[in-house]
Design a protein around this ligand. Structure first.
Ligand SMILES: [Zn+2]
Length: 59
């Protein structure tokens, strides 16, 4: 079975890459506005946080 990959981009170094689901952390808030995905950029190591409801996560 192929692992599920999420396309992500780093706002800091503008690198684009794919992350395995296990590389993502989901911080669940009370609403979609306070629910975030977070990951560490594999290129520059910056911690990136994106709102889960932003629509920028297209599988
Ligand atoms: Zn980066």
């Amino acid at each position: 079975m192929a692992p599920v990959l999420f396309r992500a981009g780093c706002p800091d170094c503008r690198e684009r890459f794919e992350l395995a689901a296990s590389a993502l952390r989901l911080a669940i808030g009370a609403s979609s506005r306070t629910t975030f995905y977070s990951f560490t950029c594999p290129e520059c190591g910056v911690a990136v946080r994106k709102p889960a409801g932003s629509g920028s996560w297209n599988c």
